[in-house]
Design a protein around this ligand. Structure first.
Ligand SMILES: Cc1cc2nc3c(=O)[nH]c(=O)nc-3n(C[C@H](O)[C@H](O)[C@H](O)COP(=O)(O)OP(=O)(O)OC[C@H]3O[C@@H](n4cnc5c(N)ncnc54)[C@H](O)[C@@H]3O)c2cc1C
Length: 428
């Protein structure tokens, strides 16, 4: 600038603006039926506290997973640096006895498809009630969890999603495979709405994983000091507003699936053999699903009825289903056990949300009753909890992280301004 004073004022102004708490994300969340302010409010008031309680209950804290799996795409070259990335499995005696017995449902009575075909994608599941946990496959996921011999139960409370040191080419290859093989990394205008939604779901999940790494980070390996790494959250997520928007989108998408399956989830049996705890689980579920604040703030968080409408709807659905299955299969290639555990759980959770929103009442399956596996519901609610934690962290710590990093940038430009003033004065 020719006027050093002006440059100085500009630099000071910029630094001051950063300190003002203007909400960066406001208005309606793209493709959703709810605004940022309401989501933040209802998350802090209702969802986050309820979900934190819910995931601690015996029913929701044990997840069945195949951890030792061969990667179907390339040799596993695990790049995990920390011992911390291995998972502690539960001893046989710890997880609920009832979880060990697979429970098969009798086949459904055929129900006729009636009425206007336009109504095939229904927005309610009001006739669907719980009739026991099923073993029925999920058309959206690569279901390899049927061989009980290879499955282990993991106490999720003992294996938090946090920094593990899994990084480098191995981790990068997984994300690249997910984005480039299954959903284009940079969604272009030519992409149809359904494909954009798949991209946004993956990107939102990716943001959430990065936020968990940032919120529980190994700050000093020598002293085993853990804490928040706000710069990492800024660099990986906040710097790209789309990644924040995709996180909110994914949160609302999964929330919609949970509220749509509300009646089923309300009636489900959360039996683990611990009667008092199981009653508490059911009561927590009801309190959350029917909380008037939730109903008032976001009655329909996402409107799934507008998808798969075109002529090629069913074809497109099959294509995207296959893409999502591939993503779920790629999870076997994640070279760090704890990341694989949370990757598998969250992809199964997303697959369960897709199943609730798009398979039940969908054209290909007729007017079919909702049937979920116990593990699907465990994954769905734990995923919602993770997304809720991420949304809360971004809402509460995002402005501070931006202030620190961008303020640091402003301090740099302030120093450059002073240098310019000094050179101007010394020349004069
Ligand atoms: C399934 C899975 C689970 C993982 N879980 C953990 C874990 O629990 N703990 C842990 O420490 N590490 C975990 N990792 C590793 C972690 O996600 C990162 O890959 C690693 O920390 C290296 O980060 P990076 O900076 O190279 O960027 P990465 O996060 O690897 O991102 C790779 C590229 O993807 C793009 N990208 C990044 N974020 C987004 C987004 N939100 N939307 C769209 N594009 C994006 C960018 O171009 C970026 O360069 C996991 C990895 C995978 C694949």
């Amino acid at each position: 600038s020719t006027c050093p004073k002006k440059a100085l004022f500009e630099a000071i102004n910029k630094a001051c603006q950063c300190a003002q708490a203007t909400p960066k994300y406001s208005g309606m969340i793209e493709d959703c039926c709810c605004d940022y302010e309401s989501v933040n409010h209802v998350n802090v008031e209702v969802l986050h506290p309820s979900l934190q309680e819910l995931v601690k209950t015996p029913f929701f804290r044990y997840f069945k997973v195949k951890l030792w799996c061969d990667c179907p795409f390339w040799p596993d070259d695990g790049m995990c640096r920390l011992r911390d990335c291995s998972v502690c499995e539960c001893p046989e005696s710890e997880f609920p006895e009832l979880f060990k017995k697979p429970h098969r449902l009798p086949l459904d009575d055929p129900i006729c498809q009636e009425g206007n075909p336009q109504a095939a994608v229904d927005r309610t599941v009001d006739r669907k009630t719980f009739r026991g946990w099923t073993e029925t496959d999920n058309p959206w996921t690569n279901d390899d969890e049927t061989d009980n011999d290879e499955l282990t139960y993991v106490n999720l409370q003992l294996n938090p999603e946090r920094y593990t040191g899994y990084t480098g080419p191995s981790a990068r290859r997984i994300w690249d495979a997910i984005y480039s093989e299954n959903c284009p990394k940079y969604p272009s205008e030519e992409l149809c709405q359904e494909e954009k939604i798949l991209y946004k779901l993956i990107s939102g999940l990716h943001s959430s994983i990065s936020i968990h790494i940032a919120s529980d980070y190994l700050l000093d390996e020598a002293t085993n000091l853990w804490g928040q790494n706000l710069t990492l959250m800024y660099d990986r997520v906040l710097k790209y507003p789309d990644r924040v928007r995709n996180l909110y989108f994914t949160f609302l998408f999964v929330l919609r699936a949970v509220t749509k399956a509300g009646e089923y989830l309300e009636q489900a049996e959360y039996d683990t053999g611990n009667h008092i705890e199981d009653l508490k689980t059911q009561s927590l579920m009801r309190q959350m699903l029917y909380n008037p604040k939730l109903q008032a703030a976001c009655p329909v968080p996402f409107d799934e009825a507008k998808l798969w409408k075109g002529q090629s709807g069913p074809e497109l659905k099959q294509k995207i289903q296959q893409q999502f299955k591939n993503i779920s299969a790629i999870m076997d290639c994640v070279g760090c056990e704890k990341c694989r555990l949370w990757g598998k759980l969250q992809v199964l959770g997303l697959g369960t949300a897709l199943k609730i929103l798009f398979t039940v009442d969908g054209q290909e399956n007729g007017d079919q009753a909702l049937q979920l596996q116990r593990n699907e519901v465990i994954a769905l609610m734990n995923l919602l909890n993770r997304l809720s934690e991420s949304v809360k962290f971004v809402h509460e710590m995002g402005p501070t992280a931006e202030r620190i990093v961008e303020g640091h940038g402003s301090a740099h430009s302030l120093i450059s301004s002073w240098k310019r003033i000094w050179s101007y004065v010394s020349k004069a």
